[in-house]
Ligand binder design. Structure first.
Ligand code: ZN
Ligand code: ZN
Length: 290
């Protein structure tokens, strides 16, 4: 994996840092080569391929919630060699046109931290770049997805925690644990740190998603990220979702990150070719790349 100095040195005006492939079971199935060609056409010079790393086998011992959330979250571990071989081949094939960083988006699970550490040790030197994200929260029944569907969000984490604000705080606590986690070959970038707001437009306007408790947690989170010299996924995908219509982090927290000089890396979080450049103009025009 590239070290932090190398990642800080990349030109963020032309770096697309968060993209999926046909290996993703909840993606469009379009070939990654078509994603790469779209990225070249849009002027990107660096392109990170960050497929969801396979979820821990123990996760499937006690699956709860929507079957879609459980069984399309990631591809199967048996496909890892094929994934790495294909991405590495394309990295070489397109070397003269774009710098491809082969990598993964890893899920942070305190429950399975040892397993994830083993995977980082095993694959860390075979990849260039990685994101660490939270997509699941613990409930009384087991781990539930935050981002699969509004119905799954309501019947899972919202029912378990009682309010959107409580979900927000639980999510930020888990994100803080991800940032505090000490492990060799740790990913240097944190994914969509406010993913819990994905369904906010389906709730009445007066619903609270933020207050002094979330402010305290986000302040601490960004301070820790600053201390670590880590990078942040400036995830634009939510801007185009009718349920969210905002990017992640939200504008006030992007501004705080900028004051703290945390590098914000453009993230289309593309799961289809049409999404490769989504939000790129907004990212550039608002100088999130600074
Ligand atoms: Zn995905
Ligand atoms: Zn993600």
């Amino acid at each position: 994996m590239l070290n932090k100095d190398a990642l800080h040195a990349l030109d963020r005006r032309t770096w697309s840092g968060h993209n999926h492939t046909e290996f993703c079971p909840h993606g469009s199935g379009e070939d990654v080569e078509d994603f790469i060609q779209a990225a070249i056409a849009q002027g990107f010079k660096t392109y990170s391929i960050t497929e969801h790393f396979p979820l821990p086998p123990d996760f499937y011992q006690h699956p709860v919630g929507s079957r879609h959330a459980v069984y399309t979250a990631s591809f199967d571990q048996v496909e890892l060699p094929a994934y790495l071989a294909k991405m590495t081949r394309l990295k070489e094939a397109y070397r003269s046109q774009i710098k491809i960083l082969v990598g993964f988006e890893f899920d942070f699970f305190p429950e399975f931290a040892d397993w994830t550490a083993t995977q980082l040790a095993r694959y860390g030197d075979q990849i260039d770049d990685a994101i660490l994200s939270v997509h699941f929260l613990p409930t009384g029944q087991g781990l539930r997805a935050v981002d699969d569907s509004a119905a799954d969000f309501r019947s899972g984490v919202l029912a378990a925690y009682g309010s959107p604000l409580a979900v927000a705080n639980a999510y930020l606590d888990r994100m803080q644990a991800a940032v505090d986690w000490q492990v060799p070959n740790k990913p240097s970038r944190y994914g969509h740190i406010m993913l819990y707001r994905k369904w906010r437009n389906g709730f009445p306007a007066e619903t609270l998603w933020a207050d002094t408790t979330t402010t305290q947690r986000l302040t601490k989170l960004l301070t820790t990220i600053t201390t670590e010299r880590a990078l942040l996924d400036c995830n634009m995908a939510g801007l185009f979702r009718p349920t969210q219509t905002e990017f992640t982090p939200t504008l006030p927290w992007i501004q705080t990150a900028q004051i703290q000089q945390i590098p914000l890396v453009f993230g289309a979080d593309a799961h289809c070719v049409a999404a490769v450049g989504q939000g790129y103009n907004t990212y550039l025009e608002n100088h999130f790349d600074l």
